[in-house]
Design a protein around this ligand. Structure first.
Ligand SMILES: [Zn+2]
Length: 150
């Protein structure tokens, strides 16, 4: 196969398990790469907490699709959807990263995405805003929604 400029491109990805920075060829990102230091999977299998401050590193710079769950402690439907998101994070690990942002503690990102009701789910790929949905829903509906994008 002919090599292209894209083949030579690398991305730096912090390991979900040990935080070591891994230099991964872009064309290998879809192969669910392992960490060079701890040999665990680089991409997380569980939802990860994100804040306004860590947004850039955790979301903007993530080379795979990210699902952001905007939630709060007092929100019943958010609690209901949490185990569903845990399951999806495990099932789709390596292709989808799920992050959780507490809207009370991180008003900046909640404002940027116009979050007025929670749970609010935003699907992003790099700078691309793929879709956004408000309200809790059964796992089958969430899976059908995600299948349209990943
Ligand atoms: Zn590691």
């Amino acid at each position: 196969m002919e090599s292209t400029a894209a083949d030579l491109e690398f991305v730096l990805v912090p390991c979900a398990a040990c935080s070591a920075l891994n230099r991964i060829p872009r064309r290998r990102l879809s192969e669910d790469p392992k960490c060079g230091r701890c040999h665990d999977k680089v991409f997380p299998r569980k939802p990860v907490t994100v804040t306004d401050a860590s947004w850039k590193a955790q979301v903007d710079e993530c080379p795979i699709t990210v699902l952001v769950d905007f939630w709060a402690d007092w929100c019943g439907p958010c609690k209901a959807i949490a185990p569903v998101l845990e399951q999806i994070a495990s099932e789709r690990g390596g292709r989808l990263k799920i992050v959780k942002l507490n809207v009370d503690q991180n008003p900046k990102m909640a404002a940027r995405f116009g979050v007025r009701s929670i749970p609010n789910l935003v699907l992003l790929r790099g700078p691309m805003h793929l879709d956004q949905m408000a309200g809790a829903m059964p796992k089958a509906s969430l899976d059908a929604w995600l299948d349209r994008f990943i």
